[in-house]
Design a protein around this ligand. Sequence first.
Ligand SMILES: Cc1cc2nc3c(=O)[nH]c(=O)nc-3n(C[C@H](O)[C@H](O)[C@H](O)COP(=O)(O)OP(=O)(O)OC[C@H]3O[C@@H](n4cnc5c(N)ncnc54)[C@H](O)[C@@H]3O)c2cc1C
Length: 367
Amino acid sequence: MFDVVVIGGNLAGASAAIKAAERGVSVALIERHKKPFFPAHCGEAMPNTWTEFIDLDGIGCPKNEIKRIILNVSSPKEYSLKLKKYKALIFDRNFVENYLLKEAKKKGVELKLGIRMSGFNAPNDVILHNDKTIKGKIIIDASGISCQVGKHIGMDTKLLNKQIGVCIQSRVQGDFDNETLKIWFHKPYAPFGYAWFFPVDDKTANIGIGIPGGQKVDLSDLLKNYIKDVTGGNFKVTHNFRACVPLAPPMSRLYKDNIMFVGDAARLVNSEWGCGIGNALFSGSSAGITAARFIQGEISSLEPYQESMNSRIKILQRGYRHREKNENEKKYVKTYRRNYSLISSLNKIFPSFLQNYISKIVLNRIG
Ligand SMILES: Cc1cc2nc3c(=O)[nH]c(=O)nc-3n(C[C@H](O)[C@H](O)[C@H](O)COP(=O)(O)OP(=O)(O)OC[C@H]3O[C@@H](n4cnc5c(N)ncnc54)[C@H](O)[C@@H]3O)c2cc1C
């Protein structure tokens, strides 16, 4: 029997496995894919404040610093924000994913890549697709939006259509301004969601669309139109993918008996922006540390993990309520235009104030 079994080997799962193994407990990590996708199934954007969760420079991860954000809300009128101290980064997530798996192996985690969990018998038995069973004292569900273990123990893991962010993204080659990130909210490209242009460097960009599910639209067509518009028509698409992200309220209890939930499995995603990288890294690490301390008898319950996440849960709950308030189209457009017009005017009038204080608050709210 392993001390800890982690289901899912992406950001949250690999972070959990590393932190538990570092403290000397035995860990197995089960990941259905043999290796991480290239390019990653992600916009790859994060605020530079999240480097406290992953030291991109320290691990040598390529990144692009964004100095200007251009926002549109359902019209060609642009709201522009200049960033200084608090910036957005577009980073090579595939590099990070490979790095984390290598680190996990170095720390002694038994990696089971290309192996899918197909069932679970509480409290300890993880059933694999090859009918083998792996036993764990603590189980960490890091399986993303499908929340595999939660589903098998009968938790209500179903999401409403509007609580699923349906995304499509292309990796695009062209001649780009690599310092400017663009986001187009709502119509015509992304009803009740947004279309993004995230430059990886001056020749490559992640261009995508994410909208709440349940809407009858042709995402491929919308993306084609957006790519034409945002690149000026001079581009070449090299990769395409579709993926989903939870836009639901976060789980309020992040563990049940010996099972812990982290990252997207726990719905720790900002439901207005679909950002979950920071919380995946943080929750995974915190769960891994707590699991090891519990196994080693330092603590008598998994509650410290819950406590470490409570303030983040509150921020995410607030974000979800804010999103629900703006489900009406008129209100949605009005609120977003008012907010971005205010922020961009402030940015012009008091650039340092915005760049040194407000942008930190905004970036923290995203996470
Ligand atoms: C298109 C798109 C763009 C995004 N862009 C951004 C962004 O720019 N910034 C940001 O902050 N967030 C972004 N997000 C959200 C972010 O990607 C997620 O919040 C983050 O990946 C969550 O990490 P995770 O490890 O919890 O889950 P995941 O990354 O979903 O990992 C779950 C892992 O579990 C594995 N798994 C699932 N089921 C099983 C099983 N039965 N057996 C074994 N393994 C299993 C999967 O293969 C996967 O590797 C984006 C999401 C999408 C869909």
